[in-house]
Design a protein around this ligand. Sequence first.
Ligand code: ADP
Ligand code: MG
Length: 393
Amino acid sequence: MGVQTLDDLLARGVRGQRVFVRSDLNVPLRDGAVADDSRLCASLPTLRRLCEAGARVIVASHLGRPKGERVATLSLRPVAARLAQLLGAGVAFCDECVGEQPRAAIDELGAGRLLLLENLRFYAGEERNDPDFAKALAALADVYVNDAFGTAHRAHASTEGMTAHFDRVAAGDLLNSELRHLQVIREPNRPLLVILGGAKVSDKLSVLEALAPHADVLAIGGAMAYTFIAANGGATGKSLVEPDRFDAALAVQRAARDAGRRLLLPSDHVVADRFEADAPARVVAEIPDGALGLDIGPETAKRYAAEARNARTIFWNGPMGVFEMEAFAAGTRTVAAAVGDSPATSVVGGGDSLAAIHQLGLADRIDHLSTGGGASLEFVQGLTLPGVAALER
Ligand code: ADP
Ligand code: MG
């Protein structure tokens, strides 16, 4: 049992073969053009290598949430144009994902050429993992490659269902690199520091539960910290708290304690009277009535930064405060800089966390920036990703 890599696949040759590549080309669009092409860039190496090896490459992806219907603004057509620019080669486009139209387009496709299919989620069968849709997709190709790490935690037709129809399957370079880097969090050099923040405990409860006993130190920031503080009887004013998660938060603390781990909560806060960029901000040790916590305070940021310096492995998901507003960005900035400076192997995942890292200009100081938020959280919890399991042969 094992998962073949692209190297393994290319070693056996793919010239003239039809290779179906499930990529993650789910990019933000603005005014009908690609607004941020980082996901496309991350997908290029696999596509380039297959083209260079003379494969006839069929690329498929989802974009947004069209929920099984054709939504004109969620067409992948603008992505084909941008992809062609990045590759410096033509990219054919097909309005349909299954049936006669793509079949004819693939017949025309020369060795080393690329065809992009329309948004997979225009078909209800994609997210439902419908066997007939999966079979129709599989009928287009001889070989299957999954490079869509960001959707590897979903058992959809293009990530799971269709793979059963292939003898030759492989993980693309992006998927493979993600798994290798994230494996380091599962089997860390200790001490392992996990920094979790962001908006809600409920979004990340399973990762809290899994990592509290696993991480040597679990440092909590962002709005989720207030649910922990409130659950322990602390003052949280008007901060975002989830009373229905108090028990869960206390259980997470208990699990950390029972395993001999440390769980850290903020000891000071940046608060304001309203959730607005120009609201006057002040630092407090205890959140007063009528105020809401919008960032960890400077003392907390210093404590977390010191942990980053002592760690040998760091996993970070979720900003420490409302970093989108300058007045509440300092906590995230201090912690990010410390993670960047630390000699530890560092991995950062999550859409907003990555945005924060890029905004602070620290991207090249982090060892691995995970392109898949949900998938990276599921993987570091030790869960099996259906899209990866489907590649086992
Ligand atoms: P990621 O996308 O990295 O997984 P999340 O989506 O979980 O991160 O959380 C990011 C969001 O959490 C940001 O938009 C940020 O403004 C918000 N956030 C962080 N701290 C607070 C806070 N104290 N109050 C309200 N929102 C917060
Ligand atoms: Mg987010």
